[in-house]
Design a protein around this ligand. Structure first.
Ligand SMILES: NC(=O)c1ccc[n+]([C@@H]2O[C@H](COP(=O)([O-])OP(=O)(O)OC[C@H]3O[C@@H](n4cnc5c(N)ncnc54)[C@H](O)[C@@H]3O)[C@@H](O)[C@H]2O)c1
Length: 448
């Protein structure tokens, strides 16, 4: 029996016994739920994050992610199968390492793999024969093999022989109460048979279903295909919204009715633009890579550009509706932005269109406040750092009546929309949060 084969068999046995030691590198929206799910499946799991404050909060059992059950983290810590650390040395004692670090865009809007490279360098320091390394972060097809693998091989160990390398894209949907890490099927891909077998065997014990694919690049491409599909369809429905409004047709009613077709249609809803670190980012990764290999994705590019302009269109529409309402110019108008998170019921403002709209309206001379139950204080954001420190306004009949317009940008469940409808002079709704319900005489409600 060769040494390589015995290492492979040993890891398989550890996975089968559920005593393989797991580490997730990155404890954010993806890494933390993944680490907890793995520890809940019985594997001893350590989460590594460079953010020491986050690590301390997790080890103290704090509910770091708002949509988690109150005691999920505390229970995992108390059960002694999960802990967090900032020390990469723990990697020396682990069997499977999952990389869940950010993959944003650079200021020039190109893929930025800096975090992945740094994580791979940290892992390379501790890499030993027999370990399985899995990249979960969204990257362009080819990145695991051409960027991560050479870093891991720097000290002479070979992927597929001495250690194992796989890609398994995260499909986490923060705040989704119907599907969680466990119930979302997991794509698993690798370039060699042993790595593929190990990743499939491991995730078969964690999630309800695994979907093996033939290579690292295929697994990477699946994630980008899913998100690019969303990008194109969101752009399409926002375009339809404008055209159908001109036809006197409510696009929301159209989508609801069309969604009753049991095949060939999937509902996407209009909104103020796209946000989060996935939908605005993945199509850029795919398109960038297409150009890199001498191809192109003009439909994806057009959808991306359309989505990028959505906040500007909404800001312009606010100005138009204000001017109709007794001829108030946007310059000098007082506007309340309702919701700054990029989507409902999450405490995440990354790439949030609400902030772009707020910023644009202020450039047009409006005075904006915001309300968001998840953000009592405006956090520092990459695109709008100057907005940091502002405070969320309390919602009351008096405060709401003081604004020339209230703009619903995020349809958080916790907001009292009855109060908003009763008290706002001009209520502009980008999310169909009210669908006309609760609007009283003398108040104007417009879906925009
Ligand atoms: N958030 C989502 O909804 C979602 C869904 C699917 C996929 N993804 C993808 O998953 C990846 C991670 O996204 P996220 O939302 O969890 O990011 P995040 O910003 O919430 O968390 C990333 C964490 O990694 C830590 N980190 C960064 N570099 C590190 C390093 N070298 N070593 C250790 N820790 C490090 C950061 O401190 C942070 O806590 C991205 O590629 C993203 O595109 C995200």
């Amino acid at each position: 029996m060769t040494n390589a084969f015995s290492l492979f068999s040993a890891l398989k046995e550890r996975i089968a016994r559920r005593d393989a030691r797991i580490a997730t590198v990155g404890l954010g929206y993806v890494g933390l739920p993944l680490a907890l799910t793995i520890s809940e499946a019985g594997f001893p799991t350590t989460g590594i994050d460079l953010n020491e404050k986050r690590v301390a909060g997790i080890n103290a059992g704090e509910r770091t992610i708002s949509y988690f059950a109150d005691d999920r983290i505390a229970k995992a810590i108390a059960g002694a199968r999960f802990r967090a650390t900032s020390d990469f040395a723990v990697l020396g004692e682990t069997d499977i390492i999952l990389i869940c670090v950010p993959t944003p865009l650079s200021p020039a809007r190109a893929p930025d793999l800096t975090y992945v490279i740094r994580a791979a360098e940290g892992i390379a320091e501790w890499l030993r024969p027999g370990q399985l390394v899995v990249l979960e972060s969204t990257v362009w097809p080819g990145a695991t093999a051409t960027v991560v693998k050479p870093i891991l091989e720097r000290k002479g160990l070979r992927a597929g022989e001495d250690f194992y390398l796989a890609f398994s894209p995260e499909r986490e949907d923060p705040g989704n109460h119907k599907y969680d890490t466990k119930s979302i099927p997991k794509i698993v891909g690798a370039d060699d048979a042993r790595s593929r077998e190990l990743i499939d065997m491991f995730y078969s014990r964690i999630v309800s279903r695994t979907v093996p694919v033939s290579s690292l690049a295929t697994a990477e491409a699946v994630k980008l295909a899913e998100n690019s599909f969303r990008t194109v369809n969101i752009a399409l429905v926002n375009e339809m919204k404008v055209a159908m409004e001109a036809m006197g047709v409510d696009v929301w009613e159209v989508v609801r009715a069309a969604a009753t077709k049991p095949f060939g249609y999937m509902p996407f809803y209009p909104g103020p633009g796209i946000g989060g670190d996935c939908i605005p980012v993945s199509p850029v990764y795919l398109s960038w890579r297409a150009k890199d290999v001498g191809s192109s994705l003009p439909i994806v590019d057009l959808a991306q550009s359309s989505n990028d302009h959505a906040p500007d269109l909404i800001a312009g529409r606010v100005a138009v509706e204000l001017s109709k309402d007794g001829g108030k110019p946007v310059k000098g108008a007082r506007i309340l932005i309702l919701g700054i998170a990029y989507k409902k019921d999450v405490e995440d403002t990354r790439e949030s269109p609400a902030l772009a709209i707020l910023n644009r309206l202020e450039e047009m001379g409006a005075a904006c406040d915001y309300h968001d139950p998840y953000f009592p204080v405006m956090p520092v954001t990459r695109d709008h750092p100057a907005l940091a420190g502002r405070r969320s306004v309390e919602l009351s009949e008096v405060t709401l009546a003081g604004y020339d317009a209230v703009l619903v940008t995020t349809d958080h469940t916790a907001v009292d929309y009855g109060l908003v409808a009763r008290s706002s002079r001009l209520l502009l709704d980008t999310r169909n949060a009210l669908d006309g319900r609760g609007v009283v005489a003398g108040r104007r409600y417009v879906k925009i």
